[in-house]
Write a protein that binds this ligand. Structure first.
Ligand SMILES: Nc1ncnc2c1ncn2[C@@H]1O[C@H](COP(=O)(O)OP(=O)(O)OP(=O)(O)O)[C@@H](O)[C@H]1O
Ligand SMILES: [Mg+2]
Length: 131
């Protein structure tokens, strides 16, 4: 199966001294659920941050649908192609769950007419959320 997302020789360090990721080569196919596991500090969140376009790629490449992320419009990629549930949530605490989702729909310049209904529908897909 052709991969939708691929990393080639991906390496990363926060401080240029201690490597967090070294030569990571992964391929992800569309429609398949993957689990990335490893001990605390192994670099799982770092890998996800790079794939999500939140950290700058320093060495190696990430390809999304054969496009090199380093050459992509990351604002578009982050708002249309990739989604991430943060380990530390990163939600705005003064807003409700629905308001947090509505905000991201608004930031996306969506033409959605009823953003609140859309947000509720999306949140209902998360089985652990009660609305
Ligand atoms: N923003 C940061 N600045 C500097 N070092 C960081 C930063 N984030 C993570 N690190 C370090 O990078 C390494 C990998 O961290 P990361 O959070 O990716 O691990 P993890 O596998 O997600 O761990 P956990 O299972 O605890 O979530 C650790 O040594 C961590 O201390
Ligand atoms: Mg983590």
């Amino acid at each position: 199966m052709k991969s939708i997302l691929k990393t080639t020789n991906l390496s990363f360090s926060y401080d240029k001294i201690h490597p967090v990721l070294q030569d990571i080569n992964l391929e992800f196919s569309k429609g398949v659920v993957y689990v990335i596991f490893g001990k605390s500090g192994a670099g799982k969140s770092t890998l996800l941050s790079l794939i999500a376009g939140l950290e700058k790629i320093e060495a190696g490449c990430i390809f999304y649908q054969d496009k090199d992320l380093a050459r992509c419009n990351l604002d578009y990629y982050r708002s249309h192609d990739i989604g991430i549930v943060f380990q530390a949530y990163n939600l705005l605490p003064q807003l409700t769950a629905i308001e947090n989702v509505v905000l991201s729909i608004e930031l996306n310049h969506s033409k959605e007419k009823n953003k609140e209904e859309k947000a509720k529908a999306l949140l209902k897909k998360l089985v652990f959320v009660r609305i």
